[in-house]
Design a protein. Sequence first.
Length: 202
Amino acid sequence: MRKKIEQQFSRPDAIAGVATGAIGLGILVAEAMGLPFVYIRPKAKEHGRKNQIEGYIEPGQSVIVIEDLISTGKSSFQAISALKDHGVSVKGMVAIFTYNFDIASSLFEKEKIEVHTLSDYNNLIEMASKSNYIAEHTLDSLLSWRSEMTTLREGAWEMELTGDLERRLVAGLDSATLKIFRQMQEQHRFWLRHAKEGMPVK
């Protein structure tokens, strides 16, 4: 991530992690770059100092936002909005992975947020196909899974398939593709569970 930031952006004044999944990542990046670190909660605390941004940063300073997973972009945008409301300049965002959902791409484009990721859904499927982990004819099913995923429900974190849609998708998959489909579902639930509970990821 440090290399990606140095390649794509000028040096920021600080690194900002999106709570809670990207806090650990952000700390490592900030340490590697010798920069201060802050993190942004989904919303301000209801007690104590009632901060949404934890850590010291002044209006007018610049940050690169660190994210782990981009799905609809909702949590990322909330963090970016909180920083901007504080008068902080957001140079851009770097994440580990994105599903390439149109809803996220449109949101970042509209808000003029430059986003770079280490990998994405298209690359994952391409590599799986090239390594013969999945059959060539199953690519359309996997791409349909992404394009037909429902958006986040208002006020919820989980991204879900409707029961009918999942049944239709699964019915058209061979065993190898079904395996990767289930692994991706489980990975997504894993990251969400750890993000919610603030658990360390080994």
